[in-house]
Design a protein around this ligand. Structure first.
Ligand SMILES: Nc1ncnc2c1ncn2[C@@H]1O[C@H](COP(=O)(O)OP(=O)(O)OP(=O)(O)O)[C@@H](O)[C@H]1O
Ligand SMILES: [Mg+2]
Length: 512
């Protein structure tokens, strides 16, 4: 790709090339029961991309929220172009040209794409009214830059999570930026969108902007970053130029324990057909989708953003209406019209949007894990079951290495990846036979990914059937027995394990 990503040395420019664009020194910050950051120092030059990696809960987002004026540190200083800088609120950071795209997206669902992009600096006419034509024209230009083909007038609530991510990036581009931070920008993007994002990053870097790139996709970190800092347990353990890191060294620095194979072997035998989907359609979303899932099988569902993968899962789960087609569960025809009916038929869904659909943020980890089982027992029995619920939650924390001071911690205060683990463990407690997993490892660190893959394998070995939507091509290839590929609302083809290659899947996803 001619993205101009070849240049790996930081560019020094401007009149005062000795001062760094940004310095954060000796930053410490604690939350009740958690030391999130202790004495962390990082620096950033103009035209440089700094990668920050680390396990879930290592403190990456907290550090960036301090830069963004969301949190105030307990100790430490910031300097911007050599000048002391202490943002007290997000506006201070924005005014200084620091733009942070947060991990948990923050768009306003009831406003249009264009209004969201220009929120806070909408173009206004002399009488104070919004200049709609100019707004939509400018928005269209930015949408083209991030490769998102939706109308600027579309309401944000109509967009999928990946599309929202691209709108957030367009919003960052709409401002005059000195520093842009991307906290897990590619977690939901497929390869094609990721390429466009990387081209955009290259352009920004060439214009002298300093970028911070946070990702659990280490191959991306290697490709795009000039230097990489590893955070572990709230401390910056090491910073090196990218060329001086190897993937093994990086993982070792992150997790501080040996990791064997990323994709552990699965020893499942294929059994009877558990789920049969025949000519399933949901008008305006997807058409004529047919496939089977067998006991012990892990099947991938690939495709580009907007191809209809999430919609297929939601329709099987009864969260979107089917307009045509049949669903058989264990050879019995089922008319699933609600998630409740799906669960009682033994079908569970782990949604991609954990904030919107997966979790009850103001509740504890313990309650969130147990929620689906709680509805099954009466109130009195649920009081008696307290001990059992405690054990359920404790197991979840242990099995998935959820980083938390305790099971009574509010889910809202867990790191992004740890929230994802709570969503996963909840689905597991309902003991379904058919799992629909939508981006199950989104935002999850390498160490925990292996745990999730192990869990998926264990489920398959116990006779469950699993359908996985993933934008991570390596995950589809490493985890699945075969991959169905969707393109514009239809199944474009199936790739068997013997024929697995990124090119095959991409070709089907893009060309059909
Ligand atoms: N608002 C908050 N209240 C209490 N604790 C918090 C809060 N925000 C973060 N923490 C805790 O601070 C620690 C660092 O969290 P942070 O979100 O910075 O991790 P992260 O490195 O971004 O992880 P991830 O890869 O999962 O996004 C975690 O233990 C987390 O639970
Ligand atoms: Mg984070």
């Amino acid at each position: 790709m001619a993205t101009g990503l070849g240049r790996k040395t930081p560019r020094k420019c401007g009149p005062d090339s000795m001062t760094r664009l940004l310095e954060m020194q000796g930053i410490s910050m604690g939350f009740p029961g958690v030391k999130a950051l202790s004495d962390v120092s990082i620096s950033l030059d103009r035209g440089e991309v700094l990668g920050i990696v680390g396990e879930n809960g290592a403190g990456k987002s907290t550090l960036m929220k301090i830069l963004a004026g969301v949190f105030r540190p307990d100790a430490g200083q910031l300097h911007l172009e050599g000048v002391p800088f202490s943002p007290r609120r997000p506006k201070d950071a924005l005014d200084a040209g620091i733009i942070v795209i947060h991990q948990e997206l923050s768009l306003i669902p009831e406003r249009s794409v264009a209004e969201n992009i220009f929120l806070g600096h909408l173009p206004r006419g002399r009488l104070g009214g919004i200049r709609r034509a100019a707004l939509n024209r400018e928005a269209s230009r930015l949408l083209a830059r991030v490769g998102l083909s939706v109308s600027p007038r579309t309401l944000v609530r109509r967009l999928g999570i990946a599309q929202q991510q691209l709108v957030e990036i367009a919003r960052a581009l709409s401002r005059e930026a000195r520093v842009i931070v991307m906290d897990e920008p590619t977690a939901t993007l497929t390869t094609a969108e990721q390429r466009i994002l990387f081209a955009t990053i290259a352009t920004l870097r060439n214009a002298g902007v300093g970028l911070v790139f946070i990702s659990h996709h280490l191959e991306e970190v290697f490709e795009i970053c000039d230097r990489v800092t590893v955070l572990r347990d709230g401390a910056a353990v090491e910073t090196r130029a990218t060329k001086d890191w190897t993937e093994d060294a990086l993982i070792q620095a992150m997790v501080n324990r040996p990791i064997e194979a990323l994709f552990p072997a699965r020893h499942a035998t294929l059994g009877e057909v558990l789920l049969q989907v025949e000519g399933l359609s949901s008008a305006g979303r997807f058409e004529d989708v047919s496939f089977e899932l067998r006991a012990g099988e892990v099947v991938g569902l690939g495709g580009l953003i907007g191809a209809g993968r999430t919609e297929v899962l939601k329709t099987i789960y009864g969260a979107l209406p089917a307009t045509k087609g049949k669903i058989h569960v264990e050879s019995r025809e089922r008319h699933i019209r609600s998630p409740r009916q799906a669960l009682s038929a033994g079908v569970a869904l782990v949604p991609e949007d954990r904030k919107g659909e997966g979790l009850v943020m103001p509740f504890s980890l313990r309650t969130n894990v147990a929620m689906s089982t709680l509805t099954k027992v009466s109130w009195l029995r649920s009081i008696l079951a307290q001990g059992r619920i405690d054990r359920l939650a404790e197991h979840a924390v242990e099995d998935l290495r959820i980083r938390t001071p305790g099971i009574r911690q509010l889910v809202r205060s867990l790191s992004g990846g740890n929230q994802q683990k709570v969503v996963l463990s909840r689905a597991l407690t309902t003991k379904p036979r058919i799992f629909l997993l939508d981006e199950p490892t989104r935002g999850i660190d390498v160490g925990a990914k292996v745990e999730v893959y192990r869990l998926i394998n264990a489920l398959a070995e116990r006779g469950a059937a699993i359908l996985v939507v993933s934008s991570d091509m390596l995950e589809l290839l490493g985890l699945c027995d075969r991959v169905l590929v969707m393109r514009t609302g239809r199944i474009a083809g199936m790739v068997a394990k013997a024929d697995f290659s990124q090119e095959r899947i991409m070709a089907l996803a893009a060309l059909g």
